[in-house]
Design a protein around this ligand. Structure first.
Ligand code: SF4
Ligand code: FES
Length: 241
């Protein structure tokens, strides 16, 4: 069927402001939105800018706003966003990150906030045997968060960032939780300095937009609330001693 891709274009080197351009594309309902974008790039306008790599929902590089919702073009089927001949699909770059070109954003700020929570295992204790043992139940406490592909869909979907650009955002907190909840990790206090401040975990107001946008079905809002509880418990413990 024929659909219209209404794509936000912007080349900061030559354009004064972003504008929309329509492309008519012939695609099947079970093809992916990324296929439609590739058809435009190959046969209509080679200057169209968008990122993609794996094309299978693994690398996280083709996250964008699709009809006002954040997600991966390679994980979105045409029939999910266009039901009939002539339907229009509007594509925009992720929000809150500077546009480099068309649908490509500069993710430096997103990764800076992600790195600020020290998203790696911290443990200086000597290893008892060959490895640090963990039960399956212990692993399941944070298992979903290990699936993050750092696509930044949740970051763009978060309404809090609209008012508070310094908020570290959902992905960073979910990754802080991933290690704070890991029984092998000892880095909670090191992460606390970033999480327990006005731009840390507290601005989250449970809008659930991050959870709804996540292509990896990570329970982001739940993990943010669990992080808040971990901090509160830690403070209560400190007050008792
Ligand atoms: S938590 Fe989900 S939406 Fe957010 S960056 Fe990770 S994979 Fe993407
Ligand atoms: S191209 Fe890799 S996640 Fe879509």
């Amino acid at each position: 069927m024929n659909i219209i891709l209404n794509i936000q274009r912007y080349n900061p080197d030559v354009d004064d402001a972003p504008y929309f351009q329509e492309f008519s594309v012939e695609v099947g309902p079970n093809q992916r939105l990324l296929d439609a974008l590739m058809l435009v790039k190959r046969f209509q306008d080679g200057s169209l800018g968008f990122r993609k790599s794996c094309a299978h929902g693994v690398c996280g590089s083709d996250a964008m706003r699709i009809n006002g919702k954040d997600g991966l073009a390679c994980k979105t089927l045409v029939k999910e966003v266009a039901q009939k001949e002539g339907d229009t699909v509007t594509l925009e770059p992720l929000r809150y990150l500077p546009v480099q070109r068309d649908l490509i954003v500069d993710q430096a700020e997103f990764f800076k906030k992600y790195r600020s929570v020290k998203p790696f295992l911290i443990n200086d204790e000597p290893v008892a045997e060959k490895e640090r043992i963990q039960s399956q139940d212990e692993r399941m406490q944070f298992d979903d968060t290990t699936n993050c592909i750092l696509c930044a869909s949740c970051y763009s979907a978060c309404p809090v960032l609209d008012e508070n650009a310094d908020f570290i955002g959902p992905a960073a907190i979910a990754q802080a939780y991933r290690f704070n909840a890991d029984t092998r990790d000892r880095g909670f206090e090191a992460r606390l300095a970033v999480l327990d401040r006005p731009d840390g975990v507290w601005p989250c107001q449970n809008h659930f937009k991050c959870t709804q946008s996540c292509p990896r079905s990570i329970l982001i809002t739940k993990r943010i609330n669990q992080t808040k509880r971990l901090i509160e418990k830690h403070k209560e413990k400190q007050a008792e001693t």
